[in-house]
Design a protein around this ligand. Structure first.
Ligand code: NAD
Length: 442
């Protein structure tokens, strides 16, 4: 099978099997010059610009050629093009972009609720497709994406950047080495602070119909890490959730922070116009679609949870207790793996009002033994603990990686988003949900 620019299926399969998207052509410089990947992006917000646009244009121009940018907001697509520093045409019609620019590689960075639509349409048009997490926001979309991938004979990459932070790779390798013996349970708590956490309640993430709730939008990262760390699939989820701080729980409300009469007394007041890049990309494009980036965190239409707890059972017999809290004075997480020979404890400090000394504390504590301090290796500079840069390098350039660091595909995407989808359903229906009852994995 051949894509419309002549890159074979076998070459793209090697992506999910461990090689890079550009590897098929990057291996020989002469060939690379002739056969750059024809790259298009749909959804040109801040993630597209900062992760899949500007750095790719700057660092991978020998293997990647930008051929088109598409967004339902044509003004934003134009601003994004400038911010990325590329010269390709922009579109608001996806099919027209594909027909006119003939990409062979598509990056999907739209609002989450539309990922499945573009993944399926991309696959149907013969493109190799990468998507930002989450793969999809419900089980129906998930099934449609898996079926379309199978039918197309192409491969999806889900860009789970958290796996590529050196500290997360270190955890994976310690667990693979049997450091705690047979893993029996996991304690995992994620804390979003009043800055990062609040931001999800300002825009489309606040609606289940767009984000699937933070059980899907945010927790998919964490569930993917756990599936990968444990090398196991989720089997059953029981969850609880509440909206205790944002939305209807708030003391007052307005539409946006701009023009809000409560500015002086609202701790969540945020002036987007102080950030020129965000003002250009969002505020100056509002006339086209009415998307306001600084919506009120107390809006009454907020229908997601801000406080979430779950118990997840895995195919390996492990049980995980998991929580996310979204209005904390700290940003970071705690995770501990309990096993027959001991415990691996990790505390990650991303943001807090004091200097914790180090960003990550990791201890291996042996039963009947001592506590050993583990040094998380490598640099964590760059977005998401250094994961963003390493992921881009793997996708666009490096041809090889150890088996456990290979690029995640649709199965990983499905297993992680389905855990969150099951959690949401468990709360709605007040019962445990089995993953196997949500979709058919063939
Ligand atoms: N991996 C990570 O760490 C990470 C971090 C941030 C965002 N993300 C993901 O990246 C994606 C984009 O996030 P963002 O923060 O840039 O959001 P955003 O709202 O800033 O940008 C999304 C863009 O998609 C466009 N869009 C919406 N519906 C569309 C449609 N039907 N067709 C075409 N375009 C459409 C919007 O106009 C907007 O420009 C999301 O899926 C998000 O989950 C991942």
């Amino acid at each position: 099978m051949t894509t419309n620019e002549g890159v074979t299926r076998r070459e793209f399969v090697s992506v999910v099997g461990g090689a890079a998207v550009g590897a098929a052509v990057a291996g020989t410089p002469a060939l690379a010059a002739q056969k750059k990947r024809r790259y298009a992006i749909v959804g040109t917000g801040v993630r597209a610009v900062g992760m899949w646009g500007r750095p790719v244009a700057k660092e991978y121009s020998d293997v990647v050629e930008f051929v088109g940018l598409c967004d339902i907001n044509p003004l934003r697509a134009e601003v994004a093009k400038k911010q990325m520093g590329v010269s390709c045409p922009t579109f608001s019609d996806f099919d027209r972009m594909v027909s006119e620019t003939k990409p062979d590689l598509l990056m999907v960075t739209t609002v989450d609720g539309f990922h499945s639509e573009y993944i399926v349409r991309g696959l149907e048009r013969g493109l190799d497709v990468m998507t930002e997490k989450p793969l999809t926001i419900d089980e129906k979309q998930c099934q449609a994406v898996l079926d379309a991938e199978k039918k197309s004979g192409k491969n999806i990459i889900v860009t789970f950047n958290y796996r590529y932070a050196p500290k997360h790779q270190k955890i994976k390798e310690l667990l693979m080495s049997g450091a705690v013996g047979k893993i029996t349970s996991v304690d995992f708590s994620w804390y979003l602070d009043t800055r990062h956490g609040a931001d999800y309640f300002r825009r489309w993430h606040r609606l289940r119909s767009k984000s699937g709730s933070l059980w899907v939008h945010k927790a998919t990262h964490h569930f993917d890490l756990i599936n990968w760390w444990l090398d196991a699939d989720p089997v059953q989820v029981s969850a609880f959730g509440g909206l205790q701080n944002y939305g209807k729980s708030g003391p007052f409300r307005h539409t946006t922070c701009r023009g809000c009469p409560h500015q002086s007394k609202c701790s969540y007041y945020w002036d987007i116009t102080k950030d020129q890049a965000l003002t250009d990309l969002y505020v100056k494009c509002e006339s086209a679609d009415g998307y306001t980036r600084d919506g009120c965190v107390y809006k009454e239409d907020i229908d997601i949870f801000d406080t979430m707890n779950a118990i997840v059972r895995y195919s390996s017999g492990v049980a995980m207790s998991y929580s996310v809290n979204t209005f904390m004075p700290i940003e970071g997480y705690r995770v501990a793996f309990n096993g027959t020979n001991g415990r691996l404890e990790v505390r990650d400090f991303e943001r807090q009002a004091w200097d914790p000394g180090e960003e990550t504390e990791m201890y291996l504590i042996k039963n009947f033994g001592q506590r050993e301090k583990i040094e998380p290796r490598g640099s964590s500079e760059g977005g998401h603990g250094g994961g963003d840069t390493r992921l881009r390098d793997l996708i666009f350039r490096h041809a090889d990686a150890p088996a456990h660091m290979r690029l995640p595909g649709s199965r990983a995407g499905a297993m992680s988003c389905l855990t969150g989808i099951a959690a949401r359903k468990s709360i709605d229906e007040n019962r445990p949900i089995r993953i196997a009852d949500l979709i058919k994995l063939t």
